[in-house]
Design a protein around this ligand. Structure first.
Ligand SMILES: [Zn+2]
Length: 133
């Protein structure tokens, strides 16, 4: 697996986004050609674990977002309309206590979904490897 990192060259201070891999012998600055030997395998595998966790968090954030959208869609279909008759027509059944509690439930689902999206999106982007070489 390749590990995405942000690399800053210590010679010319140019920042570039690159990928580290195990079989790579050295890092090279694309601007000035400054070279540094690649990281030891233990450090690379540590980075790899972190990157994989971030990717997982990113996937969870996406799932939460879908859940939020479903909640939103359900809420929209069930109770959004300012005119209860239109709302009842859209949802295909008359407004009842059932529809009311459905509306509350879908709002909760939407809220939790967006909250989850936010949390996991932050988690998936907290630690980005910045290396200076
Ligand atoms: Zn450089």
């Amino acid at each position: 697996m390749k590990i995405p990192v942000k690399a800053v060259c210590s010679e010319c201070m140019v920042t570039n986004f690159t990928k580290l891999s195990y079989d790579q012998k050295e890092l090279e600055c694309p601007a000035c050609g400054h070279k540094l030997p690649n990281f030891p395998e233990s450090e690379l595998s540590e980075m790899e674990v972190t990157v994989k966790k971030q990717r997982l968090n990113g996937i969870i954030a996406l799932v939460c977002f879908v859940v939020a959208l479903v909640g939103f869609g359900y809420w929209f279909m069930n109770g959004w309309s300012p005119n209860p008759e239109v709302s009842a027509w859209v949802s295909g059944h008359s407004l009842s206590e059932d529809a009311q509690s459905n509306e509350t439930a879908s709002m909760i689902v939407m809220f939790i979904g967006f909250l989850g999206t936010l949390i996991f999106a932050i988690l998936s982007s907290t630690k980005r490897y910045v290396i200076e070489f």
